[in-house]
Design a protein around this ligand. Structure first.
Ligand SMILES: *Cc1c(COP(=O)(O)O)cnc(C)c1O
Length: 439
């Protein structure tokens, strides 16, 4: 029997996109970030304490396409790009669904997730502008891991504030970042004024992404040669992640796949944005009626429960105000294994798309997502990251809905990362000690 041409669709190295796609060019009106002091639209100078010029330019850009520097493209190839698009035939069979399920393999990066796509670009532009140290936050550890590794490529030091809950729950992640040469602090830490303040008020806190962002920003703001690097949420991150969706569109053309539903998990929104926005741009132009579904955790359901309003990106209130779906700057999600989904807000671009009715959203409990992850591992072989398990769960649910209606939908989801360093979570699921943690 001939191998079906949609089982695994690869692009050659030259298939790494030459330009990033910027949804800002197509989405229409968006509320601008505000300077919290003046409540006027933030100016580029408002970002200068923490970001380099080129990143600020991209953050405010309305251009549809932005060239990817050669050096960044070359390095993306070393991170295993272009990433394969694969069909989950054995999962389809197991579910007895008429739907076809495809998944984009961001888990094949040596860094374990999609985060390297923007880490590379950010380290490159910061090195170009003479920055010697990057600071950042990390939740589950994937972002810190990505930035720690690529900092070596451009001779930059990297300091990571790691959410305490993850630091304690995932010591291997810390070791991985240290292996790549990063300095890692559990957040809240005694390294910053804000960290000390939080520790005094809540000595037992497990921390949060919002707190860790505040600490990393504080350290960057104090020294002109130190910049801060954010792993999600902001427009320039969505831009860098668009390589995922641009490749996927190419691959769907080759496989003659007309997608009905594109699914990705959403913490800050970057793998969802990167995966969905290039095709969402086509939807805005009326060229596809594909559904785009963001899947969040019930522990931090910003899109499904939060309010669309101006809020700070961090807990201390150092960042400009962003118009987004948010649970509030001080919201601290319960501890879940999907640390990358523990964020109080959602990217302004993803939020705007939601508010305009261009995308849909669902939220799931921890247990049901691990159940889906285990089903995926037993049928397809790879162990999904706890965050990615949310996308897997939604893909399975849509496929089961198809079983009822008899629709043969093409479901395409983003496998944002692998779970080989999250086996402690799987262990808890398997031995029955895992809890749900909805709000
Ligand atoms: C960080 C992370 C996420 C969540 O972040 P987004 O910016 O929403 O993509 C999802 N999956 C994995 C594997 C991650 O590392």
């Amino acid at each position: 029997m001939a191998i079906a041409k949609d089982i695994r669709i690869d692009l050659p190295p030259e298939g790494v996109p030459k330009k990033w796609y910027n949804l800002v060019a197509d989405i229409g009106h968006m509320e601008p970030p505000l300077n919290p002091g003046t409540m006027k639209p933030a100016s580029p100078e408002d970002f200068e304490a923490i970001f380099c010029k080129e990143i600020i330019r991209q953050e405010g850009s309305t251009e549809r396409h932005i060239n990817i520097p050669e050096e960044v493209r070359d390095n993306l190839i070393h991170l295993n790009r272009p990433a394969p698009l694969q069909r989950a035939v054995r999962l389809e069979k197991y579910l007895k669904t008429p739907a076809k399920i495809y998944f984009k393999r961001e888990d094949m990066s040596p860094l374990g997730s999609h985060k390297g796509n923007t880490a590379l670009a950010q380290a490159y532009f910061n090195a170009e502008s003479g920055i010697h140290t990057l600071t950042t936050e990390t939740g589950a550890g994937q972002w810190g891991t990505a930035l720690a590794m690529v900092s070596n490529l451009f001779d930059i030091d990297c300091t990571v504030f790691m959410v305490r809950g993850s630091y304690e729950q995932k010591p291997m992640r810390k070791t991985l970042m240290q292996t790549y040469g990063a300095t890692v602090h559990a957040s809240p830490s005694a390294q910053t004024e804000f960290g000390k303040k939080v520790l005094k008020e809540h000595p037992d806190t497990t921390g949060s992404l919002g707190i860790a962002i505040s600490e990393a920003c504080e350290m960057a703001a104090k020294d002109p040669n130190i910049c801060y690097s954010l792993g999600s949420v902001l427009n320039h991150v969505m831009l860098h992640q668009s390589v995922i969706g641009i490749e996927t569109i190419e691959q769907m053309k080759i496989g003659e796949i007309d997608p009905d539903c594109m699914i990705a998990c959403a913490g800050g929104g970057s793998n969802f944005g990167g995966f969905a926005f290039p095709l969402l741009g086509e939807k805005i132009k009326g060229k596809t009626d594909c559904e785009f579904m963001a899947v969040e955790s019930k522990a931090a359901p910003s899109l499904t429960v939060g309010e669309f309003k101006y809020d700070f990106g961090d807990t201390a209130g150092f960042t400009p105000l962003l118009m987004m779906y948010t649970l509030g700057q001080e919201f601290i999600p319960k501890g879940i294994h999907a640390g990358g989904l523990r964020y109080h807000g959602m990217a302004p671009l993803v939020s705007a798309a939601m508010n305009k009715g261009l995308i849909t959203a669902r939220a799931y409990e921890q247990l049901e997502t691990f159940e889906a992850g285990v089903m995926f591992a037993r049928t397809e072989g790879m162990v999904p990251a706890p965050e990615s398990c949310h996308a897997v769960k939604a893909a399975i649910d849509v496929a089961l809905e198809c079983k009822k209606t008899g629709e043969a939908k093409n479901i395409v989801f983003c496998m944002s990362g692998h779970g080989m360093l999250d086996l402690y979570g799987y262990e808890q699921y398997l031995n029955g000690t895992m809890r749900d943690s909805s709000v």
